[in-house]
Design a protein around this ligand. Structure first.
Ligand code: BV8
Length: 247
């Protein structure tokens, strides 16, 4: 099956690579399905990643994002991220769309991945959305609660530059992603559980537009029936093999 999928990828003029938490798992960045560890073990990520949680306990939520930022800083892109950058190099005009808030695609050489859910490296004022400076060092360990910095303009709290549950996605990013998916020959979906919307609808948009949809995931997901090829395995194993066979 990987050779058939590779043939479709090799023949494609317009490719969308849609990546999610699974592609960063082999870099040591926990997915949302993985249980949180240490101090965070007793929290549900979907509870912490909400405006309500930040209103209730900003130090807890800021501490959690600083802990995640420290983990990403310590991590390195894996062969999956590198293969995505290789696809971009081989297929001009290909688009990388990610749900991830880490910067591993950029560190692997991807030019301008579309971050649907924001970034750990773009804090902003919680009141005016004015961009804010990142504190010097991210919390080194399970630092727990950390008081968020204050906005230099209006002294309001600074919040992480991510999209929380219940918040709308950045319009420009979402419409660029929807347009690219509605007009591609091949969409590669890598390491998503396919449950978080509206992002999870993107492979469906591509399939309905007649694209070949290739899924890479060690497990079954709700996207299986939408996909032309379901490749069971990990991103760092299968993406390089797919690229080698396609180009
Ligand atoms: C909104 C940033 C409206 C923050 C994130 C329709 C139906 C049902 C619910 C909804 C719906 N529409 C909206 C909702 C509500 C909600 C939602 O989808 N809830 C879900 C949980 C049911 N959506 C929202 O709230 C969205 N906003 O709808 O706003 C609105 C509109 C106008 C005005 C006001 C409001 C916002 C959603 C974005 C939330 N922010 N992240 C942060 O990171 O802290 S989501 C976050 O979780 C990630 O970004 C990612 O998107 C998601 C995790 O999903 P995955 O990436 O798929 O990862 P997961 O851990 O789930 O799975 C990992 C997969 O990888 C597994 O399948 C595993 O098998 C695989 N894997 C593991 N290892 C590997 C691997 N694969 C390959 N290789 C490996 N090595």
């Amino acid at each position: 099956m990987i050779d058939e999928a590779a043939a479709a990828l090799g023949a494609a003029g317009r490719v969308v690579v849609f990546t999610c938490a699974g592609i960063s798992a082999e870099s040591g960045v926990p997915t949302f399905r993985d249980d949180l560890t240490g101090l965070w073990a007793r929290y549900d990520p979907e509870q912490l990643a909400t405006p309500e949680a930040f209103d209730t306990d900003p130090d807890l939520v800021w501490g959690w994002y600083e802990w995640r930022r420290a983990r990403v800083r310590q991590a390195s892109p894996n062969a999956g991220h590198v293969a995505v950058a290789a696809i971009e190099a081989r297929v001009p005009g290909s688009v990388v769309v990610t749900q991830n808030v880490d910067d591993l695609h950029e560190r692997a050489g991807s030019t301008a991945p579309i971050h649907l859910h924001g970034s750990l490296f773009a804090p902003r004022c919680a009141a005016s959305a004015h961009p804010a400076e990142l504190p010097e060092s991210a919390a080194a360990s399970d630092g727990g609660r950390i008081e968020p910095p204050r906005c230099t303009e209006c002294d309001a709290l600074v919040r992480p530059g991510v999209v929380w549950f219940g918040e709308p996605l950045p319009e420009a990013a979402l419409s660029a992603a929807v347009d690219a998916c509605g007009d591609c020959d091949v969409l590669l979906t890598v390491g998503t559980s396919g449950v978080v919307y509206p992002a999870a609808a993107l492979p469906l948009i591509a399939a309905r537009a007649g694209a070949t949809v290739i899924q890479i995931n060690p497990d079954r997901t709700p996207l299986d029936d939408v996909c032309t090829f379901n490749l069971r395995g990990t991103a760092a194993q299968l993406l390089p093999a797919l690229v080698r066979s396609a180009f």
